[in-house]
Design a protein around this ligand. Structure first.
Ligand SMILES: C[S@@+](CC[C@H](N)C(=O)[O-])C[C@H]1O[C@@H](n2cnc3c(N)ncnc32)[C@H](O)[C@@H]1O
Length: 199
């Protein structure tokens, strides 16, 4: 392969730094520990900058519900998919679906589903305005779940692009595969933002 062909086939636009125009704290929030803390300040900004509708949001990787509750401030319906059993990267590995369902019960626009993302994406054909991927931080899972999310939403965000190189690599490859625009917000362990160009 010549150098030109190599560059054409492997070129990825540099990730653009995401620059929030305004920070705003959502009204409803959970007072629990989460590595996601801090990102709640830029969700309204992301919705504004990419002109997202606020009907439907899907989250893969709910754990105790910190980010799901943040999304519930902005979207009419939030679907949260998780095994609720933890993974190799989470501290908690105990099953907690009932407990988390009770904690999130006051947020009536959140629907929690106890499922592996693989089973969910095999049957769901709906479209979402925003998708959030924050499952086990391996390349294959992030790529597979992220590809479905990018193909079924206007904007997909990925947590831990700074703290997990495999997440960052998967997100870059997804941008290359889908042709979506890629931004990265480096704070709070990193948030990758994939935006469909034509919506
Ligand atoms: C980093 S935590 C999510 C944190 C959460 N977004 C928050 O706001 O704190 C990752 C979660 O992904 C879930 N998870 C990991 N692999 C999964 C899979 N294959 N399908 C569904 N959920 C998965 C784990 O059970 C865990 O609750």
């Amino acid at each position: 392969m010549g150098l030109r062909t190599y560059i054409r086939e492997n070129f990825i636009e540099d990730i653009k730094p995401y620059k929030p125009k305004h920070f705003s704290k959502p009204e409803k929030m959970l007072e629990i520990v989460s590595a996601w803390k801090g990102l709640e300040l830029i969700i309204a900004d992301i919705i504004d900058q990419f002109d997202l509708k606020k009907e439907r949001c899907i989250e893969f990787g709910v754990e105790f519900g910190y980010s799901a509750v943040v999304f519930s401030n902005y979207f009419k319906n939030v679907t949260g998919v998780d095994t609720f059993e933890g993974d190799i990267h989470t501290v908690n590995k105990n099953e907690h679906f009932e407990e988390t369902s009770r904690r999130l019960a006051p947020y009536t626009n959140i629907q929690l589903v106890k499922s592996d993302y693989k089973d969910w994406i095999a049957t769901d054909d709906q479209r979402y305005n925003l998708a959030h991927v924050d499952i086990v931080h391996n390349y294959n899972e992030t790529f597979e779940c992220g590809l479905w999310a990018a193909q079924h939403s206007d904007c997909t965000i990925f947590h831990d692009t700074e703290s997990f190189p495999e997440v960052r690599r998967a997100v870059k490859d997804l941008a290359k595969k889908t042709g979506h625009k890629l931004y990265n917000y480096p704070q709070h362990h990193g948030l990758g933002i994939l935006v469909a160009r034509k919506r």
